[in-house]
Design a protein around this ligand. Structure first.
Ligand SMILES: [Zn+2]
Ligand SMILES: [Zn+2]
Length: 244
């Protein structure tokens, strides 16, 4: 251990780390301790369906009003943290400032919070990242949902399906639209190929941010309609919500 300490000190000496958020010195870490403390990791009590946090303690497997009033194709949705100032900046660095190495930190956070996320990641037949349209992919050169799926896949040894759920229509960025416009914008934008592979399978849809949930909803609709899968859950890194 003492030797490891010396090795770290040496690495620090030649390669000092700077926190991607506050740009202060951060020993061995991409995100410093102070910035991590500002992240709100989502913990129970939560809606058993959509995973939105409840303000007050509830009985086990309680559902929020929204989930009780609509039929969900997705059994359970869970997210890692709330989308607030600190996580907004973090995802911006990850998505638009090419800090792709942050995917390792996200995996670490997921593992540390696995008990709250309450998924047996290793038990799914497939992970399916929410796809980007091919043109967007070429523009940006990477799909952030796919990269999170790849980290989870490597760790939990679950294969990723890239050629089943496809985005075949270019849509406007969801963040610029109202809730109603968001669902119209996405209509018929996803398609299914090679559907037989999903017969009786359990899948986990993976995305980076969940705002109104329209993207996951649209993906789940087409998956439910066109395939015979058994169980569909969804996971996102961030959730933009007010407590319910
Ligand atoms: Zn920091
Ligand atoms: Zn709910």
């Amino acid at each position: 251990m003492k030797e490891m300490g010396l090795v770290h000190k040496f690495i620090d000496f030649i390669l000092p780390r700077i926190c991607v958020l506050c740009e202060k010195y951060s020993s061995h870490k991409n995100i410093c301790k102070n910035c991590i403390e500002e992240i709100t990791f989502i913990k129970p009590p939560l809606c058993y369906g959509c995973g939105i946090p409840f303000l007050t303690e509830q009985r086990e497997k309680a559902y929020c009003g929204k989930c009780l009033n609509q039929k969900n194709n997705i059994r359970k949705i869970r997210s890692l943290f709330l989308y607030e100032e600190v996580t907004k900046n973090l995802l911006w660095e990850y998505k638009f400032n090419k800090k792709i190495f942050l995917k390792k930190d996200f995996l670490k956070f997921i593992l540390e919070n696995k008990k709250h996320i309450d998924f047996s990641f290793e038990n799914y037949d497939f992970f399916i990242p929410v796809p980007l349209h091919e043109d967007r992919f070429l523009e940006r050169n990477y799909n952030q949902a796919l990269m999170i799926a790849e980290e989870l896949s490597r760790h939990f040894k679950v294969p990723i399906l890239k050629n089943v759920l496809l985005k075949t229509k270019i849509t406007l960025p969801q963040s610029h639209l109202s809730q109603k416009e968001r669902s119209t914008n996405l209509k018929k934008s996803f398609e299914i190929r090679n559907k037989s592979i999903l017969k009786n399978k359990t899948i986990l849809l993976i995305d980076d941010i969940r705002t109104t949930g329209s993207t996951l909803l649209e993906c789940s609709k087409v998956l439910k309609l066109k395939t015979n899968l058994k169980i569909m859950d969804a996971f996102t890194l961030a959730l933009t919500t007010r407590l319910t």
